[in-house]
Design a protein around this ligand. Sequence first.
Ligand code: FES
Length: 170
Amino acid sequence: MQQVSGDLSIPLDDPRFEKLDSYIDSLSGIDGITMPVLQEAQNIFGYLPLEVQKFISEKIKVPVAELYGVSTFYSQFNLTPKGKHKVSVCLGTACYVKGAQAVLDKCAEALEVEAGGTTSDGLFTLEATRCLGCCGLAPVMMIDDDVYAQLEDVSGIPAIIEKYKKQGAQ
Ligand code: FES
């Protein structure tokens, strides 16, 4: 089983558990509630750490292994907390041939985090993605909803990221 980081960061007396508890109670008598409960848990906590899965498991009598299987199968669920800003570097074919790997490497260097990771200050999550649908502008990355195009020269990337760091610090 993959290590689930952050699993000890939410104490059981956190009021969010009470909220989740009430939600689960509101579904009593209904079958097949695993998906809506996981979805609501993610809405409440922002992600699904192991302790939240254990709590759900006890409440709805579904083994943790099964909840873990569901939460890793569907991409809408996160097992680790996500950063405030999502940096998505396109590794689709058009971007790749124009140097997307160098874009990803530069982002990783500037953020000091590997693809798939979140910075220790919680500000950024770096992701490698499939085609973002704007291949004519390759290589492309997005930060949240902002598109950055034609990044063949990666030297400007740290300044772009810096802009979001400043926003995040405000
Ligand atoms: S391949 Fe990158 S936007 Fe399409």
